[in-house]
Design a binder for this molecule. Structure first.
Ligand code: FAD
Length: 371
């Protein structure tokens, strides 16, 4: 059997023609250790690996490695049986711009069809990419989180782990955003996956859209022009869908008022599985009555969306069991709920109602006060 080290060594001696492959290795600890050492050396030392990252946890036995390599290596890797490769056969080039303007120009000017790559965790799942080349946006200065006035601005290429650990979000009523970030996959994936990628990749079970929807987030885009687009409009217009070559540079939202309370829940079969339901809620109460409520669902409907009828219904109403039960029924009435191998429509509907009542009660119990 060819060893991982031999494969990488042979690659180092080869011409770098066709670029290929993201590797997610869920092998045994022995193999992972070998991949870890070999990949580490080559990512650092071999200039021919124009793009390579590794995130490995030897204890959990989970690894996430991304290397772009050529067809010959992909063929060889099949012999290993432990490396699962996904061919990106049309790719001819991988570019690393150093500014937003350069990145956007590269995609616009070609030659051929270019696409952005951030963490690569969703793109790497594709069997075929509709691109001739990829433009890596992780080195263009979009990975910071900052507070500007009363708002938070998150660079689109900030990783989800950065979001989960940012001191900006602590003690600011945004703990439910941290919780949503921590619910995404494993730490290995979170270290690579970006916030922008989770929001705009169209990954059907992305966990972050619901929570950013209740925060009323805006996307800053740079394409032929610069513009702002609300996340809600982005999802509502997603049928026609693409960003037309524009790059999302930042995600911003106002810090929620002090008297509001947020709640997020990811309902999944196991801790590391993708969601059956993502539900986020942000509410402000006066005494036991809702002043306003925002609720959003993800992963269980065709596209992430706010539950506007429910929000209107609850305004001014008391947080009482009977009202919440009525609200939960109303919320699911007109929803196009998914029905698939992870969960049937009736089961999901039941669970949405349960989680919704739980979310609203939780916000009510922590918010308001007896006025
Ligand atoms: C094993 C595994 C488990 C996962 N589990 C989860 C999970 O539990 N929860 C979850 O939410 N997700 C999960 N994902 C999906 C994925 O990790 C996230 O959706 C991730 O945030 C995608 O971001 P990325 O930076 O890797 O995007 P990429 O793969 O780099 O890009 C995806 C798409 O978005 C576009 N894009 C990315 N950034 C921008 C930008 N700034 N502007 C314009 N276009 C852009 C790219 O062009 C591409 O089309 C999982 C993925 C894997 C492989």
């Amino acid at each position: 059997m060819v060893s991982v080290r031999e494969i990488l060594q042979s690659q180092a001696n080869n011409k770098f023609n066709n670029l290929h492959c993201q590797v997610f290795n869920l092998g045994t600890q022995k193999i992972i250790k070998e991949v870890d050492q070999a990949a580490g050396e080559f990512i650092e030392k071999c200039p021919k690996f124009r793009h390579g990252r590794k995130e490995i946890d030897l204890h959990s036995g989970l690894a996430c490695i991304m290397l772009f390599f050529d067809l010959e290596m992909l063929e060889m890797s099949k012999n290993l049986c432990v490396v699962k490769g996904v061919a990106m056969s049309a790719l001819r080039d991988f570019k690393r711009p150093s500014s937003v303007a350069e990145a956007v120009a590269m995609v616009r000017e070609g030659p051929g069809r270019g696409g952005f790559i951030a963490g690569g965790t969703t793109l790497g799942l594709a069997r075929m990419l509709p691109y001739d080349f990829l433009v890596d946006i992780t080195g263009v200065g979009l990975n910071k989180l900052r507070k500007v006035g009363d708002g938070i601005r998150i660079g689109a290429a900030a990783t989800i782990q950065q979001l989960a650990t940012s001191p900006l979000l602590h003690n600011s009523g945004l703990e439910f955003l941290i919780q949503a970030a921590l619910s995404v996959a494993t730490r290995q994936i979170r270290n690579m996956a970006t916030v922008g990628g989770d929001l705009v990749s169209g990954y059907p079970v992305a966990d972050l859209p619901a929570v950013f929807l209740v925060l009323d987030a805006q996307l800053s885009l740079t394409g032929s022009d610069r513009m702002e687009l609300s996340l809600r409009d982005f999802f509502d217009s997603r049928v026609s869908g693409s960003l037309n070559g524009a790059l999302v540079t930042e995600i911003s939202f106002p810090v929620p008022p002090q008297d509001s309370r947020g709640f997020f829940v990811k309902f999944a079969r196991t801790e590391n599985d993708v969601a059956l339901i993502d539900l986020a809620c942000l509410a402000s109460l006066e005494g036991r009555h809702f002043k306003w409520v925002r609720v959003a669902l993800g992963s269980t409907v065709l596209r992430p969306s706010r539950l506007l009828a429910l929000e209107d219904f609850l305004k001014g109403k008391p947080a009482e069991e009977q009202v919440l039960a009525q609200a939960a029924k109303l919320a699911t009435k007109d929803l196009s709920i998914l029905d698939n191998i992870r969960g049937s429509r009736p089961y999901r509907m039941e669970m949405i109602q349960v989680l919704l009542r739980r979310a609203l009660l939780n916000c009510a119990q922590r918010g308001g006060g007896d006025k």
